[in-house]
Design a protein around this ligand. Structure first.
Ligand code: ZN
Length: 135
């Protein structure tokens, strides 16, 4: 079997943080990238900014998914995301393969992209996101 170009390359790694402003400099220092202006995703209860391929997730309040994650586990790896050209057909393919989906249909994510989450039970314990870039 050949291992060549992956069908769905890694898109980003997301880190849960208490404050984008307080954390960005660590990631800027390591990568040499500059933090993007934060974007509010009300539906997901987060502020989001990117330092290169690192997505920083700051909860809008403690009673959000990321807020509860921070309380339980502290700052750290929240999810990894794969880029796909056709998120709907990927979701069907994974569902057929018996993968447990959190989102059966794509929803709007950061940067206006389409995203869907896959349950960590089906992905080796790591919350996993699929992203289809829309621009
Ligand atoms: Zn993400």
């Amino acid at each position: 079997m050949m291992y060549s170009t992956s069908a769905n390359p890694l898109d980003h790694v997301a880190i849960a943080v208490h404050s984008i402003e307080d954390s960005a400099s660590h990631f800027e220092l390591m990568s040499g990238d500059v933090c993007s202006p934060p974007e509010i995703l009300e539906s997901q209860g987060v502020r989001v900014a990117f330092v290169g391929s690192i997505e920083l997730l700051e909860p809008l309040s403690p009673d959000t998914t990321v807020g509860r994650f921070l309380e339980r586990r502290g700052q750290g790896l929240h999810h990894i995301a794969y880029k796909t050209g056709d998120i709907s057909s990927e979701l069907s393919r994974l569902a057929t393969a018996g993968v447990q989906l959190i989102d059966e249909k794509p929803r709007p994510g950061a940067n206006g992209h389409l995203v869907a989450f896959v349950h960590p039970k089906s992905t080796g314990g790591i919350l996993t996101e699929l992203v289809q870039h829309t621009k």
